[in-house]
Design a protein around this ligand. Structure first.
Ligand code: FES
Length: 106
């Protein structure tokens, strides 16, 4: 069963910013969009590029390599060339800390 892990304080990720976090096997990005936090895999399903530096617009992150887009709320592909969704993970705020679900290896 996956566990929730504290990765930052709320004030560490202001609105419009993001945090990269490495687990033992997987890497994720925690994003703050207008005060709402989301967590996605830092791995584009098109060709394995990192998404960390991708632009975010309307809850979509764009892969810097070939322009695929994913919905950060669901992981769904919203623009080719990717065709498979990316993993997303639950986020919980408690006592000013941001917790995310530790990813299963994918
Ligand atoms: S690696 Fe992301 S679009 Fe190609």
């Amino acid at each position: 069963m996956s566990k929730m892990v504290s990765v930052a304080r709320v004030e560490d990720i202001p609105s419009g910013s993001r945090l990269h976090h490495d687990f033992e096997e997987e890497s994720v990005i925690v994003l703050n969009v207008d005060g709402e936090f989301f967590c996605i895999a830092d791995l584009c399903t098109h060709d394995g590029g990192p998404l960390e530096d991708g632009d975010v617009l309307d809850y979509q992150i764009e892969c810097p390599r070939h322009g695929a887009r994913f919905d950060i709320r669901t992981g769904a592909v919203t623009r080719l060339p990717a065709t498979d969704p990316i993993p997303t993970y639950p986020v919980k705020i408690e006592d000013g800390l941001i917790y995310i679900e530790e990813p299963e290896p994918w």
